[in-house]
Design a binder for this molecule. Structure first.
Ligand code: PLP
Length: 347
C-alpha cells in the first residue's frame, strides 16, 4: 500500500513538500500584519491565514510566513485537484478562456460563440440522469435562489393555467404584496445550509450567526434525522427517527397548505456538511421523494458539497436508488462552476 502511495505521489505532484511544517506561532507575524491592514476597511474575522498561492502545491497550502499545511479539506471542498494543478493552470493559458474572463460577457445577452458548446458538451455531460435543463450561476447560493424561483414560478403557472398575468398581480408584485408576490413557501431541514443570500438564508439553519438580525421568510422547517450510532445496534430507534421526521414533513405540508402558504418545493442536502456531518438513510430519501410526488412538490437536492464525484458517484443522490430522479440538483464547488440542473417542466 505504501509503495502505491509513493508511486501515485511522484507521478502526479513530484514537487510536493515531504510533509507539513510550522515555523512560527499561529497565526504567523506576516499574517497578523496583513490582517491589521485588511481589518481597517472590511470584516476579516474569519481569516485564518494569508496564503502564498505561488508556493502552495498539491495537497499543501503554504502561508505568507512559510508555514506548510496539509490541506485535508481542499479549502472549503472547492479545490478538486489540489493547489496549482497543471491542468487547471493551463485553462488560464488558453487565449479563448482569457478573453472570456477579461471581457466579462453578459451571458444572457452576449455570450461568446463557444458558449452553447460548453453548456451542451461539458456541463450537460455530467448532468444527473433525467435532468435535461441547466441554469448556470455565479455561485452556489445564487444557484439555490434560481432553484427556489423555478419552484415558485412553476407552482404559480400550474395554478394560473395560462401565461398572462392579471392587472392586480402586476400592480401588487411591484410593491411586494400578494397576489403578485406569491404566498408560497419552501420546506427545508434543521441543520441545513444552502447559502448566504436572502432567500437561501431562509432555508438555511446551520448556524444562528449566519441569520441573526436578517429578516427571513416564515417557512416550514422539518427535522433532519439524527441517528444513534453504531447504526446496526440502533436499527429500531433509527427507523423510528426516520418515521418521526417524515411525519413532520407531511404535517408541515398540510399546515402550510391550510394557512394559505402552500409548500412549493422541498430542499435538502444528501449529506449535511456546514450544519454537521449528518447523514440520512436511503429509506428516508426514498420516502421523502414519495411524499413530494404525492403532493406534486419538486424535490430539490443541494449537491453543492456532495456533487462532482466526491462520494464515489458523480452525484450523491445516486446512492439512494430513488425510483425517479430528483426534480432539481444544485451543483458547484468541486464542479468549479455553479448552477442548477432541472427537469424540463421547471424551466
Ligand atoms: C450545501 C451548500 N449549498 C450552498 C452553499 C453556498 O455556496 P456559495 O458560497 O458558493 O454561494 C454552500 C456553501 O458552503 C453549501 O455548503
Amino acid at each position: 500500500m505504501a509503495r502505491d502511495i509513493r508511486l501515485h505521489k511522484s507521478s502526479i505532484c513530484p514537487a510536493e513538500p515531504p510533509g507539513p511544517s510550522v515555523f512560527t506561532d499561529l497565526p504567523g507575524p506576516k499574517t497578523m500584519e496583513l490582517l491589521e491592514d485588511l481589518t481597517q476597511v472590511t470584516q476579516a474575522k474569519s481569516v485564518r491565514l494569508f496564503a502564498d498561492y505561488s508556493k502552495s502545491i498539491g495537497n499543501y497550502l503554504v502561508d505568507v510566513d512559510g508555514n506548510v499545511f496539509l490541506d485535508l479539506l481542499m479549502q472549503f471542498s472547492s479545490l478538486p485537484l489540489g493547489y496549482n494543478h497543471p491542468s487547471i493552470l493551463n485553462i488560464f493559458k488558453d487565449r479563448k478562456n482569457l478573453l472570456s474572463i477579461a471581457n466579462q460577457p453578459t451571458l444572457g445577452a452576449f455570450p461568446p460563440s463557444d458558449y452553447p458548446e460548453s453548456i451542451l458538451f461539458i456541463l450537460m455531460s455530467i448532468a444527473p440522469v433525467g435532468l435535461c435543463k441547466v441554469i448556470p450561476a455565479v455561485c452556489d447560493a445564487v444557484a439555490t435562489e434560481n432553484a427556489l424561483k423555478s419552484a415558485f414560478i412553476t407552482h404559480k403557472m400550474k395554478q394560473r393555467g395560462k401565461i398572462s398575468f392579471t392587472q392586480a398581480e402586476i400592480e401588487s408584485a411591484m410593491i411586494n404584496l400578494p397576489p403578485g408576490s406569491a404566498n408560497v413557501s419552501i420546506l427545508s431541514f434543521r441543520g441545513s445550509f444552502h447559502g448566504r443570500t436572502m432567500g437561501a438564508l431562509s432555508v438555511s439553519h446551520a448556524k444562528y450567526i449566519h441569520k441573526m438580525d436578517i429578516p427571513a421568510f416564515n417557512w416550514p422547517v422539518a427535522s433532519f434525522p439524527a441517528y444513534s450510532y453504531p447504526l446496526q445496534q440502533y436499527n429500531q430507534e433509527n427507523s423510528r427517527e426516520d418515521e418521526r421526521c417524515l411525519c413532520e414533513v407531511e404535517e408541515l405540508i398540510e399546515t402550510f397548505k391550510k394557512n394559505d402558504r402552500p409548500v412549493a418545493g422541498i430542499i435538502i442536502e444528501p449529506i449535511q456538511t456546514v450544519g454537521g456531518d449528518n447523514y440520512a438513510s436511503i429509506y428516508f430519501f426514498q420516502k421523502l421523494q414519495e411524499i413530494t410526488k404525492q403532493n406534486s412538490i419538486p424535490l430539490i437536492m443541494d449537491e453543492s458539497n456532495t456533487g462532482g464525484g466526491v462520494t464515489g458517484k458523480m452525484w450523491c443522490h445516486e446512492h439512494f436508488s430513488l425510483p425517479s430522479p430528483p426534480d432539481m440538483v444544485i451543483f458547484g464547488k468541486l464542479a468549479q462552476v455553479s448552477g442548477v440542473y432541472l427537469k424540463h417542466e421547471y424551466m
